[in-house]
Design a protein around this ligand. Structure first.
Ligand code: MTE
Length: 329
């Protein structure tokens, strides 16, 4: 990524919340995998300190608050403590608001109500959905996932949202559709980064239809048991935990089903460094740095990076028979 390497991840604080103590404060409602885990009922905790998105002038009150916190889905477990909310919500990549990590304040200017998501392209059901209606058409759940940025930092957070497969179902893709292309808003009047004409706005990302239908692919509407903070991609974003973080496009307004591989934002900016698949692999270095280790933001810790960010059991089969040269950058 064309970024100044800032050493902000080296904050000298103990920035982790053991996963078990997070869940022990959460109500468990019999989602797959809850199994033998006996967790105390009762939501609400100081750990859930990350505030919901602050309202821009015209947002009005958030009508989705009653949906949080959602039932945890304990099928996806972490191998490390959760990142502290104040770290995950203040160290962000969101180039629309600046090409540095401190975009929290600037991002609050994004109006998120009303917000629509258009589903179009090769689908039986093209439609434009109001976000506040869409979120009631799906069943929200909470999942803890690791996120590994291509810049070699990592975090582990509880997202709230719904499987991307639900969005695919709503769209009813036509037989020839092979990819889903996602697009972020374009509002240079509130997002000053979009005045930087050398970037190809709007931010675009894409996945294959098979990836979109994989059980891990997630559309997140919340974080730490509350609606999504703006800096993390309110009101809804993509989360693909086995891929480098730049694939997890924020604040989406469009999902287009297509038979053509979408040209993504970072491929357009620097195609020699950022590819379409961008699956995490410690053995394939970035052209300018190693991917063997990751720095855990908010701590002094480093960990070995895992192939597919540790999610190989869920996703490796998607790439059977494909050329490894295109899969890991
Ligand atoms: N989405 C948009 N629209 N704009 C961006 O600049 N940055 C990406 C991704 N999604 C980005 C984006 C990158 S590089 C990363 S690592 C993650 O968002 C960071 O998500 P976070 O700020 O919630 O940690």
């Amino acid at each position: 990524m064309l970024v100044k390497i800032k050493r902000g991840w080296e904050l000298p604080e103990s920035a982790a919340t053991p996963e078990a103590s997070y869940w022990s404060r959460r109500r468990v409602m019999g989602v797959a995998g809850a199994g033998s885990l006996l967790l105390a009922a009762g939501a609400g905790s100081r750990l859930l300190a990350a505030g919901p998105a602050l309202a821009a002038k015209n947002d009005g009150p958030d009508p989705t608050l009653d949906l949080y916190p959602a039932a945890p889905n304990l099928r996806y477990r972490l191998d490390r403590p959760l990142t502290k909310p104040d770290v995950a919500t203040s160290y962000n990549n969101f180039y629309e608001f600046g090409s540095h990590k401190s975009i929290v304040k600037a991002a609050q200017a994004l109006p998120i109500r009303p917000w629509t998501v258009t589903i179009d392209g090769m689908v039986e059901k093209p439609q434009t959905l109001d976000f506040d209606a869409l979120i009631r058409q799906v069943k929200l759940e909470e999942r803890t996932y690791r996120l590994r940025c291509v810049e070699a930092w990592a975090m582990a957070v509880p997202w709230t949202g719904f499987p991307m497969a639900e969005l695919v179902k709503l769209a009813e893709p036509q037989v020839g559709a092979k990819f889903v292309r996602f697009e972020t808003f374009k509002k240079p009047e509130v997002a000053s980064g979009q005045k930087q004409f050398w970037y190809p706005w709007p931010y675009v990302e894409g996945v294959t239809l098979a990836e979109a239908s994989n059980e891990l692919a997630f559309i997140a509407t919340g974080l730490y048991g509350k609606p999504m903070p703006k800096q993390n991609g309110a009101p809804l974003r993509v989360v693909l935990p086995w891929k480098y973080g730049f694939k997890s496009i924020k604040s989406i307004v469009r999902a287009t089903f297509t038979d053509e591989k979408p040209k993504t934002f970072w491929e357009t900016v620097q195609g020699s460094e950022y590819g379409f698949f961008a699956n995490v692999n410690p053995a394939v270095p970035h052209t300018r740095w190693s991917q063997a280790e990751e720095r855990i933001i908010g701590t002094e810790d480093k960990r070995p990076t895992q192939i597919y960010n540790g999610y190989g059991e869920f996703v490796a089969g998607l790439y059977d028979g494909m050329d490894a040269k295109i899969l890991f950058r």
